[in-house]
Design a protein around this ligand. Structure first.
Ligand code: IPM
Ligand code: MG
Length: 381
C-alpha cells in the first residue's frame, strides 16, 4: 500500500467534551479518530479544554479565555455537547449555551453545515413513511454568526412608564449574505447542483435583502439551479417531500429550526454531525444533538453523531478524505450488522450501549484495514 503524502503529520485537535453525555460520546469519538489516524499514517495531538457547565463549575465562565485561545491555536476543534437543566436559572451570560455562541463568534464560524442523510438501515426509525424518506441526502447551510442571534440592539429594556420590553434584531449586511451564499453555492457544485434559499421575504426587509443578494451571487454559479422558499413553506416541504432538497441555505434562526426538523426525518437526531467553518482557521465539529442530561453517565447515549462529526473534521479541516470515508463506512457496516443504541433501536436488532457501539466501530475499522477491498460483512468470500 502506498503511503499517503500526509504521512507522519501531526495535527493539534482541541477536544471539548462539555456536559451531560458529552464525555461519553467524546471518548468514543476520539478513540475512532485515533484508530483511523493510525491506519492512515498521521497522528492527532489532543488537548482538552473546558466548556459549558463543566467550565462554569471550574472557573465561573462557560467559555474560559484559555479554552478559546486553545481552540484558536489548533487545527480543528472537536466538541461534544453543553448544557444541563441545573443551569437553567443562571443569568444568560453564564449559561452553557453562551459558550457555543462565544466559540462561534470567537472563531468567526459563519458557516454551519448540517448534512442529513438517511442510512438505509434506519428507514424504519423515522416517524415518516419509508417512501418519503428513503434516499434523503441534503445539507442545511445555516448562517451562524449573524441574524437575530447577534443583531443589535438586543436586550430587555425598561421604558419611561416602567414597562419592560424584550428586543432582538434580525440584521444582515450584504457582505454577510454574500459569503454564506458562496459557501452554499460551492457546496451545491460538489453535489447535485441544486440550491434552495429559505427566507421570509414576503414580510421581512432583512429577507428581501437576503434574497436579492443570493440571486445576485447566483450569477457566479450558472451551473447551480437556485430556488427560493419562504420559511413556513420550507418547513412544510421538508416533511411533505424532503427528497426535493439538495442544499438548503438559510439564516441563523431559520436554520436552527429547520435543521432540527430535517434531523428528525432520519428518525434520530443522534445520527447527525455538523461542521462550523470560518473563512480560515480551525473549524468546530460537533453532533447536532444536545447534552441529554437525562441519560448522562448511563452508557445509553448514541455516539454515532459524534463519530460522524469526526469524519467531517477529517474531511474539512485536515483534508483527509480517505480517513473520513473509512469512518463513514464503518458506521454503515455496524448498522448493517444490526447494532443499535436505544434511540434507534427496532425489533430484532441488537441493543448496545455507548461504549459497546464504539467497540463495534473500532472492530469494524480493524477488519476493513485487514481486508480493504470489501466491506467487513462481505469479507468472508
Ligand atoms: C444549535 C443549538 C444552539 C443554537 C443553542 C444550544 C445555542 O440549538 O446548535 O442548533 O441555537 O444555535
Ligand atoms: Mg438548534
Amino acid at each position: 500500500m502506498s503511503v499517503p503524502s500526509s504521512a507522519a503529520r501531526t495535527y493539534r485537535i482541541t477536544a471539548l467534551a462539555g456536559d451531560g453525555i458529552g464525555p461519553e460520546i467524546m471518548q468514543v469519538g476520539r478513540a475512532v479518530l485515533d484508530a483511523v489516524a493510525a491506519q492512515m499514517g498521521f497522528s492527532l495531538q489532543w488537548q482538552e479544554g473546558l466548556i459549558g457547565g463543566a467550565a462554569y463549575e471550574a472557573t465561573g465562565d462557560p467559555l474560559p479565555p484559555e479554552t478559546l485561545k486553545m481552540a484558536q491555536e489548533s487545527d480543528a476543534v472537536y466538541l461534544a455537547a453543553v448544557g444541563d437543566f441545573k443551569y437553567d436559572t443562571l443569568p444568560r451570560e453564564k449559561r452553557p449555551e453562551r459558550a457555543l455562541l462565544g466559540l462561534r463568534a470567537g472563531l468567526g464560524l459563519f458557516a454551519n453545515l448540517r448534512p442529513v442523510k438517511i442510512f438505509p438501515q434506519l428507514v424504519e426509525a423515522s416517524s415518516l413513511k419509508a417512501e418519503v424518506i428513503a434516499g434523503i441526502d441534503l445539507v442545511v447551510v445555516r448562517e451562524l454568526t449573524g441574524g437575530i442571534y447577534f443583531g443589535q440592539p438586543k436586550g430587555i429594556f425598561t421604558d419611561a412608564t416602567g414597562s419592560r420590553r424584550g428586543v432582538n434584531t434580525m440584521a444582515y449586511s450584504e457582505a454577510e449574505v454574500d459569503r454564506i451564499a458562496r459557501v452554499a453555492f460551492e457546496l451545491a457544485r460538489k453535489r447535485r447542483r441544486k440550491l434552495c434559499s429559505v427566507d421570509k421575504a414576503n414580510v421581512l426587509e432583512v429577507s428581501q435583502l437576503w434574497r436579492e443578494r443570493v440571486t445576485a451571487i447566483a450569477a457566479e454559479y450558472p451551473d447551480v439551479e437556485l430556488s427560493h422558499l419562504y420559511v413556513d413553506n420550507a418547513a412544510m416541504q421538508l416533511v411533505r417531500w424532503p427528497k426535493q432538497f439538495d442544499v438548503i441555505l438559510t439564516e441563523n434562526l431559520f436554520g436552527d429550526i429547520l435543521s432540527d426538523e430535517a434531523a428528525m426525518l432520519t428518525g434520530s437526531i443522534g445520527m447527525l454531525p455538523s461542521a462550523s467553518l470560518g473563512s480560515s482557521g480551525p473549524g468546530v465539529y460537533e453532533p447536532v444533538h444536545g447534552s441529554a442530561p437525562d441519560i448522562a453517565g448511563q452508557d445509553k447515549a448514541n455516539p454515532l453523531a459524534q463519530v460522524l462529526s469526526g469524519a467531517m473534521l477529517l474531511r474539512y479541516s485536515l483534508d483527509q478524505p480517505q480517513a473520513a470515508d473509512r469512518i463513514e463506512q464503518a458506521v454503515e457496516a455496524v448498522l448493517a450488522q444490526g447494532y443499535r443504541t436505544a434511540d434507534i433501536y427496532s425489533e430484532g436488532m441488537t441493543l448496545v450501549g455507548c461504549r459497546e457501539m464504539g467497540e463495534k466501530i473500532l472492530a469494524t475499522l480493524a477488519q476493513q484495514q485487514a481486508s480493504p477491498q470489501g466491506s467487513p460483512s462481505a469479507a468472508g468470500g
